[in-house]
Design a protein around this ligand. Structure first.
Ligand code: BJ8
Length: 422
């Protein structure tokens, strides 16, 4: 901890304010994670990463930068880590999931902005997140209007590169995204001084594919009728995926899955008698565990997340058959364009995914959870509800923010929904 204080000081963080954030974390971890019964032993690694979330990984990034390495901060599941890794650089997710950062963001943004965006700005401008201090360049993307405009404000304080994400999925849009990925490659080459050769890019693709495969394996475990791991624990793993070292992360997830294989064989079930819930909607950035905690303390178990901190992050692999850098970049673009975000029109692929996943994971019901003021997901929720109802899938739509003000009300609604599932 003393070392952490020194590191945070050297990173120019607001130590006094940051102490306030650190003070609440152990309580939150205890309430949300340690109160669960019969957790897999291999959660130890992820618990450790969480307990020292602003110490362990940041210390590695500090060391990496001392040796000349470059760190790129990202905010969206569409930004391909493959290209960054191929330049021997590190990609780290910067999405922010704490109410602690929201007031800081409100100094720069209208109050009726999505809390994820407000927290992003608060984390940067309050100087209370080491990851925001450690990223040399931020990679933004044209997705929703709020993020797009917030990046302009972040860009006044930190080097910012924006990727122009198409908002439709026509053949020319796939080519356009490949072109944007080429620009990203040029940027990381320039920043790092390292060339992204075909060999390096092939290696980067393999590394990130292996990470995705490990997450797919973890999710497959949850398809069992005996659920070997809670949704809350799985969400934590998905959140850590955005900033841990990809090779180590994949190894730790696979180790956990070995344990889960055994638990499944032995009939261990962490959710005896609970209703299986699929959550869909906006991402849940660390430390946002609110909805999972509410569902799993109200008679439900979350068996799948159709979100960017869930299946959208890891489903589908990059085709590894590319020989040239251009071919590989097109394959990367093709994989990422397969993500179904509400920023796209039309986005019926997401409805197909929700229905497919609800069946695969044997969900009793779907809860669509959207962050307040996220227009695209909010508007899309109506059509998603119609589709689920047409398929005979019970559906509940909820809107929330990062505060606990609505927790009791949400718990009542979730409890009633789960009871209705019979
Ligand atoms: S691919 S979901 S990570 S844009 S910030 S859209 S909640 S108003 S995060 Fe996203 Fe990429 Fe899409 Fe995924 Fe709404 Fe808030 Fe915007 Fe958000």
């Amino acid at each position: 901890m003393a070392d952490n204080q020194k590191m945070w000081g050297e990173l120019g963080m607001n130590l006094e304010m940051h102490d306030q954030l650190c003070a609440v974390l152990p309580g939150a971890i205890g309430d949300v994670f340690m109160s669960q019964e019969n957790r897999p032993e291999c959660m130890d690694y992820f618990d450790m990463v969480l307990a020292d979330v602003h110490g362990l990984r940041p210390a590695e990034l500090v060391e990496f930068r001392k040796n000349g390495g470059k760190v790129f901060g990202t905010f969206c599941a569409y930004v391909p880590d493959e290209v960054i890794v191929a330049a021997d650089a590190i990609a780290t997710g910067l999405c922010a999931g704490s109410q602690f950062w929201v007031p800081g963001g409100e100094r720069y943004l209208p109050a009726n902005t999505c809390p994820l965006i407000k927290a992003m700005l608060g984390a940067r401008f309050d100087r209370t997140c080491p990851f925001y201090r450690l990223a040399d360049v931020y990679i933004g993307e044209n997705t929703c209007d709020g993020k797009k405009k917030a990046y302009e404000i972040l860009g006044t304080d930190v080097p910012m590169h924006i990727m122009d994400l198409p908002q439709m999925k026509r053949p020319k849009d796939y080519l356009k995204w490949a072109d944007e990925i080429k620009d990203l490659k040029d940027l990381v080459e320039k920043e790092t001084g390292n060339e992204v050769t075909a060999e390096k890019l092939a290696e980067g693709i393999k590394t990130i594919n292996a990470k995705r495969a490990a997450l797919q394996r973890l999710y497959d475990e949850r398809k069992n009728l005996n659920v070997p791991i809670s949704g809350t624990d799985t969400l934590l793993i998905s959140q850590i995926a955005y900033y841990d070292d990809p090779k180590r992360f994949a190894a730790m997830v696979n180790k956990l899955c070995d344990e889960l294989d055994k638990r499944v064989a032995e009939g261990v079930n962490v959710a005896e008698g609970k209703k299986r819930i699929l959550i869909t909607g906006t991402p849940m950035a660390i430390p946002n565990w609110k909805m999972h905690n509410l569902v799993e303390t109200s008679g439900g178990v979350v068996v799948c997340e159709e979100t960017c901190t869930g299946t959208r992050y890891f489903e589908n692999q990059v085709d590894e058959s590319g020989k040239t850098v251009d071919e590989m970049i097109q394959h990367i673009a093709d994989r990422y364009m397969g993500i179904n975000c509400a920023c796209f029109t039309p986005n019926t692929g997401r409805f197909d995914d929700v229905v497919r996943l609800a069946k695969e994971f044997k969900a009793d019901g779907v809860i669509d959870v959207n962050l307040m003021f996220c227009q695209t997901y909010d508007i899309e929720g109506r059509s998603l509800e119609e589709r689920c109802k047409a398929e005979g899938i019970p559906f509940l739509g909820l809107e929330t923010d990062y505060t606990d003000n609505d927790a009791q009300q949400l718990k009542t609604r979730i409890g009633a929904f789960i009871e209705m599932l019979g």
